[in-house]
Design a protein around this ligand. Sequence first.
Ligand SMILES: CC(C)(COP(=O)(O)OP(=O)(O)OC[C@H]1O[C@@H](n2cnc3c(N)ncnc32)[C@H](O)[C@@H]1OP(=O)(O)O)[C@@H](O)C(=O)NCCC(=O)NCCS
Length: 201
Amino acid sequence: MTAAPPRPRLVELDGRDLADRLAEALTVYVTAMGYPPSTARQRRTLWLEHVDRPGWRAVGWLDQAGPLLGIAYGYDGAPGQWWYEEVRRGLRRAGNPAWTNDYFELTELHVRPDAQGAGLGEGLLRALLAGTGRGHVLLSTPEHGPRPPGRAWRLYRRLGFRDVLRQHLFSGDSRPFAVLGRGLPLPRPEDRADVRTHAPA
Ligand SMILES: CC(C)(COP(=O)(O)OP(=O)(O)OC[C@H]1O[C@@H](n2cnc3c(N)ncnc32)[C@H](O)[C@@H]1OP(=O)(O)O)[C@@H](O)C(=O)NCCC(=O)NCCS
């Protein structure tokens, strides 16, 4: 009889853990996003700076041998942060600035391409958002364009994220983004059917 393959472990990462695994985490990020390796070098300082922000939390999946299969982190949104100010600008224009009160920003969520499609992303999101103590979560993700929504969109919709801003342009980036959000805490997985934002086809 062959043994079942070892299951990856979901772990909470502190700032030191992230610093120790930063190269691995950034490799997961660039491969998941399809960015060139040089992007990882550009992001190093930013990711380490984020560790010091109030409410910063990170979780990751480790496989048996140790390498990181997925990473997610975020922190409390607050005035003065670049992302807060950019989203607030869009929300003011849309006449709905209340979303920026009391929110946790989901900053990064990535699973290595060879480990995608098995629920690891949802596991990261649930673990990260379980301990924020905030009333809402907000995130930004590229608009999906004419193609069917990709895995990230499906995950967010499945977990009840709704549109906060669409076609939002962040300063210095020509790609339109959606800002999505929902109240916290998330419903338990067994209640999933109740949180769909669109009726199933
Ligand atoms: C978005 C991302 C993090 C999602 O991670 P993931 O592990 O692939 O996604 P999920 O947790 O949703 O699981 C994927 C699929 O497994 C299924 N699944 C969920 N639990 C499962 C389980 N226990 N066993 C098997 N399959 C399961 C889901 O139904 C889902 O199906 P679908 O994608 O066909 O709808 C990942 O695809 C990724 O890194 N993408 C590129 C980077 C990116 O876009 N990041 C977000 C930027 S905003």
